[in-house]
Design a protein around this ligand. Sequence first.
Ligand code: ADP
Length: 396
Amino acid sequence: MKILVINSGSSSIKFQVIDRDTEKMLASGLIERVGLADGRMKYRCGDTKVVVDKAIPDHETGLDLLLQTIVDPEIGALSSLDEIGACGHRVVHGGEKFTSSVLIDDEVLKGLEEVSGLAPLHNPANIMGIRAAIKKLPGIPNVAVFDTAFHQTMPQVNYMYALPYKLYEEYGMRRYGFHGTSHQFVAQRTAEILERPLEELNIITCHLGNGCSVTAVKGGKSIDTSLGYGTFCGLVMGTRSGDVDPAILLDLMENKGWSIEQVKKMVYKESGLLGLSEISMDMRDIENSMFAGNERAKLTFEIFADRVKKYIGSYAATLGRLDAVVFTAGIGENGWELRELICDNMDVLGIELDREANKVKGVEKIVSTPESRVAVLVVPTNEELMIARETARLAV
Ligand code: ADP
């Protein structure tokens, strides 16, 4: 049986077809510029890669195109849509309402609409994808898998901000956290690699991609995470600032004539690696400039590493005992120089990196020395596979 995994954004649809039994990805694709005249679909099935340029006015048309493509006699992965047993959807925000993945029905759809205000840029787009799938694949179960759900186990001590309590009660203003699917996947995989029960392990998972977050995972449950109510706090990211003193934002608006829109654009789109370096939002460009002697790139690289190091330190204190630190996502999996800098001088926590073993990109590996009290691992993330597993668990 095959699972169709859909990640529907406001102007894009990412998808994968995954075989439930072998857990192999059979086909994948990205539909971009939905709603615009010059839409595009990039599709891959085995060694076959195609690009289709076509107007895609809405998500339903996008879904039509992807369904036609995956059963195309020439380039398709399936002989018929009947092979699809269920559809798994990434949903960014589940609020406090959704603490784990759910099978979608009318009641759930209503619930999703209710929490949409917490992620106005993402959830409505996710819901559009779900509605399109319900319409185009009638009778096939749909499952919602949330970025926030894994973090719903955080104790209140860790999810509350020290703001007036009524902001939490009236508006749900608290830490939610994101990238939960990825943190959960790599934590589970770490237990398998270390051949120890997940329930016994204290793990810090570092998801370092365009978006970045660190999570403290105790016995398989998230107890703290660096992203919060919105999606720009915590670590330095591609274009997002990470933690800043809110006084700076207030000062810009109060005394420097900045509008709310300008401040918002700055912290989400013009900060992070891009804003600091004035070179690029992409870590590879920062590294290349740094190796070529660019001082600002070096500073940017060092600030990025410093923030990860500080979160690891603080979460080690929260966890009490630390068994493993795991690096994942584009930067975490590939940036070995960065891992080296983050783990440098961490004897205080019992982290001892094997510098030679660490010189790897994109492979699953233990990169600490055999003597290291804390295991350090590189574990490539696979959010789509995690969504497919959750979908199969609930829908089949
Ligand atoms: P997204 O959050 O969009 O899924 P990814 O997980 O793909 O992002 O991560 C993108 C980041 O990974 C970019 O900053 C990119 O530069 C970085 N990255 C990819 N390959 C490497 C590499 N070889 N070395 C360092 N960073 C890398």
